[in-house]
Design a binder for this molecule. Structure first.
Ligand code: TIU
Length: 223
């Protein structure tokens, strides 16, 4: 493999391993970004997530041009809900629960229109696409083994929402030995203050969970 490259990041430069760094796009599915999905059912303003789309598209183009690994995730359960713990389904007071029929099909169920990744970020052949029953991308997905088989050691994170599925996935990755970088403008939350807090938290104490940098810094550094 080639030499690592340096990206200006917080709390200090991130060393990216060309070819061994996967771009991770978390849950950019209609359920979170479009009206009538799971995110809206929880009472959220889904338009807050839209600004992440263009930076992610630019990063996808860069990774595809280099033939580097790309991972897309969807938060999606089996149709019989056997992988959805009641504790998850019953939490909160949503207008619709996981598995209930909504305007885009059954909420957070694999294969339903709402769980489709938005057209602007549609996966291409050869990219890893996983349906995950948890907030984190490693729980019950087999993803770690697939990334290990590809020799992936570094993960560049994008997607939604920052403090729920992105942060959980980044922490899961950290515990499995990956070096993770969160792209500041490639992630959004329904709660801007939570996004800001996550950026501070992950990089605190000497990158205790990982790094963060804007997409422009990542793109400018790529060989
Ligand atoms: N509710 C919320 O902010 N997020 C989720 O439920 N899932 C993801 O973050 N993908």
């Amino acid at each position: 493999t080639s030499m690592s490259i340096s990206i200006p990041a917080a709390p200090f430069d991130y060393r990216l391993a060309p070819g061994a760094t996967a771009l991770v796009v978390i849950d950019m599915q209609r359920d979170f970004i479009e009206p009538g999905g799971f995110g809206a059912s929880l009472g959220n303003d889904v338009s807050l997530l839209v600004p992440a789309i263009a930076p992610i598209a630019a990063l996808l183009a860069a990774w595809r041009a280099r033939g580097w690994p790309v991972v897309h995730t969807r938060e999606a359960h089996k149709a019989d809900l056997s992988d959805c713990p009641p504790a998850k389904r019953l939490r909160g007071a949503p207008t619709l629960r996981i598995g209930d029929p909504g305007p885009m099909g059954r909420l957070l169920i694999s294969g339903e229109p709402g769980t489709e990744i938005i057209a602007a970020l549609a996966p291409q052949p050869g990219e890893i696409v996983i349906d995950k029953p948890g907030k984190g991308m490693f729980w019950a997905t087999g993803l770690h083994e697939r990334l290990q088989a590809l020799g992936v050691s570094h993960l560049v994170f994008t997607g939604v929402t920052t403090e729920v599925c992105v942060q959980t996935s980044m922490r899961e990755a950290n515990d499995r030995g990956y070096d993770g970088l969160l792209v500041e403008d490639g992630t959004e939350s329904y709660f801007p203050a939570y996004k800001a807090a996550v950026l501070e938290m992950i990089a605190a104490q000497g990158a205790i969970v990982g790094w963060h940098a804007p997409s422009a810094a990542v793109l400018a550094a790529l060989p």
